[in-house]
Ligand binder design. Structure first.
Ligand code: ATR
Length: 287
């Protein structure tokens, strides 16, 4: 337990979101602090939407060094910050904030997490048709990552078309990439879907027995799917895709890679031995 090491110099970092009880992030960050010998503690804070502004102000007054930001605050937090770094601006969503004398600065490390998780599995998006399911905060990161990785075409598939237009519009502001929006019910109309990134909350919490993809023939042409959900470790969507022979990646590696990138931003350090950290966390995650 790290509690007995807390003293007047301890830096406080954490995560805000709602719900938050499922989070694995404290295990990751506290084990990074332990492995590099930094006096810091990472705690989860359940923050409802109506309390986001006061939570950010309160965290700043308490000198909280940095926070991860998760569902449902990744977009709404933007106007409560002092400024955004370049990639967070491009993505239009924030999952990391860092304390500065002027106020909190917003970053996005989700796209780094998605990118590194694909690379770590030998999956390359260049010249591929990439299907992003969802149009919330995670979808913005997945779409920008696909655009930046040289995808041939990106399909943003969502229940609410207005939200998928917004994702496409955001990506087209910065990247000259072919993007089409598709209604979730029409997902099977996509020709040659090579790589899929699932970013909705379907498969998680009270929706854990559901998949956003109802007709499993969709999986017949897919090579790889990443579901950014890590709890449960195998969502219904991944189970269905696996049955059809699709290479499946759950949200665990993305989570660890985005966490490492956030940690490096907060403390201006380079986390070494990433594979060792990943392996020991995987043992814990799978146990
Ligand atoms: P985050 O910012 O963390 O990605 P979010 O903004 O709450 O989370 O995004 C949730 C995503 O899950 C959205 O794409 C949402 O679809 P809508 O834009 O239509 O709301 C999707 N989602 C949530 N519940 C869903 C459901 N029951 N069926 C299909 N999509 C759902």
């Amino acid at each position: 337990m790290i509690c007995d090491k807390i003293n007047g110099h301890t830096k406080v970092i954490g995560i805000i979101g709602s719900p938050i009880t499922h989070t694995f992030s404290p295990i990751i960050h506290n084990s990074i602090s332990k492995s590099i010998g930094l006096n810091a503690v990472y705690v989860p804070f359940n923050v409802d939407e109506e309390n986001l502004e006061s939570a950010v102000k309160g965290a700043y007054s308490l000198n909280i060094e940095g926070l991860n930001v998760t569902m449902p605050h990744k977009k709404n937090i933007i106007d409560k910050l002092h400024s955004l770094d370049n990639m967070a601006e491009k993505i239009g969503a924030v999952n990391t904030i860092k304390y500065t004398q002027k106020g909190y600065i917003g970053y996005n490390t989700d796209y780094i997490g998605i990118n590194n998780a694909f690379l770590n599995n030998g999956v390359y998006l260049e010249n591929k048709n990439v299907v992003i399911i969802g149009a919330g905060g995670g979808a913005y990161s997945a779409t920008i990552n696909a655009a930046q990785s040289g995808a041939k075409k990106i399909y943003v598939v969502n229940r609410t078309m207005k939200n998928s237009y917004n994702v496409a519009q955001q990506a087209n502001k910065y990247y000259n990439v072919d993007i089409e929006t598709v209604e979730l019910n029409e997902i099977n109309s996509i020709k040659e879907p090579n790589i899929v990134v699932q970013t909705t909350s379907v498969g998680f919490s009270h929706l854990s027995n559901q998949s956003p993809v109802k007709d499993c023939t969709f999986w017949w042409n897919v090579e790889t799917v990443m579901d950014i959900i890590y709890n449960p470790s195998e969502t219904k969507l991944l189970k269905d895709a696996k049955k059809e022979g699709v290479k499946c990646i759950n949200g665990f590696e993305m989570l660890v890679f985005q966490a490492i990138a956030s940690y490096e931003i907060w403390f201006d350090v380079k986390v070494k031995e990433v594979n060792k950290i990943l392996m020991s966390l995987r043992d814990y995650y799978e146990s």
